[in-house]
Design a protein around this ligand. Sequence first.
Ligand code: SAJ
Length: 401
Amino acid sequence: MKACFMGLGYIGLPTAIIAAKSGIDIIGVDINSKVVEQTNAGHLHIVEPGLEKLLQEVVKSGKLIAATTPQECDAYFIVVPTPFKGNHQPDISYVENATRMVLPLLKPGNLFVIESTSPVGTTEQMAELIYTERPELKGNIHIAYCPERVLPGNVIYELVNNDRVIGGIDEDSTTHAIEFYSQFVKGQLHRTNARTAELCKLTENSSRDVQIAFANELSMICEQAGINVWDLINLANKHPRVNILQPGCGVGGHCIAVDPYFITAAYPEQAKIIAQAREINNYKAQWCAEKVKNAMLKFELDNRRKPVVAMMGLAFKPNIDDLRESPAKRITTEVLQSKSNADILVVEPNITEHNVFKLTPYNEAYDRADIVVFLTAHNEFKTLEWRDDKVILDFCGIFRK
Ligand code: SAJ
């Protein structure tokens, strides 16, 4: 069995490595020649614990070879990004381009699987594209959709142990795709059709977005009501059928802050809660930025000098170095641009330097600041003691009991 993975990013590369480790011959394709060179040299270009060692093993054994163009294989996997364009419309051009790259290589009996998060109908659309260009393949190749579900940081475990949803454009395609994944997935492989599998991926991330929006809405209600939101959620969660998530300074990353738009763009009349949740989570970052600016003004009025402000955390979630779609970064940028002339210290313990922000060590910033704004709940921040002599804006529950 020889398989080709189109896209060697956060998902494509780990999946290619795990598949190669299970004995499948893998060609990993990326349009970025630097990524290809690095991969063939056994160097990981993404941050993922334990993965570099596995990469080196499969490169050494010859099971994984990276290249900038695909080769003839038995199975092809599309694992490229699906960002959104202006107006929150999904951009499936990477999926289409990768499909066009493998089109001339396809043979009867091949398996073609899309893993990229995609709007409903994308798999059928790519099937149509394949049949239009290669009519002789109609009814002769297996086409399916199989989304990934892994959490960065725990990818090696989750790729093998998570259940997966697999939906073919027909029953035979589903069966062939299940056969492929069963070579390295220990979790259950659940059969469905392509459209359901596509919406299932979008549903999972939208569900989390809606639940976080509920927590964020509660945090704003609590602020108005003079109630500690962390205590409130903790108490409400003592109910056997209530499980509220945690509020924060907004929702970031390349999944939860993006995927719900794939539903709202296609079904604007029906997707009311999903659209509202996106708005609430985006608004929460704006709300936090306003709170910081107001605290700075008040400090200046009370003390007749500009405050020193510490912005604690830039990453989109705790204990990672990933700043993609980060609300913490957005808030920090807005505070820096507020032209207050205050001394603003930016802190992110998981990165050593940044081309825009001058970074300050977290304990130095905490010591020096008059106003401390906690944006991301990194473990380092939880070691700090509460200080009554500072104005503390704790948006992510560092000091919750
Ligand atoms: N967040 C909160 N409150 C919470 C939990 C999270 O505000 O209680 C925020 C985080 O701070 C962050 C954002 O939500 O800004 C997203 O973080 P996350 O840990 O919930 O998720 P991601 O984006 O790292 O990964 C998600 C996962 N999906 C689900 O949990 C349903 C992962 O399994 C998916 O594989 C991934 O999206 C993806 O690739 O789609």
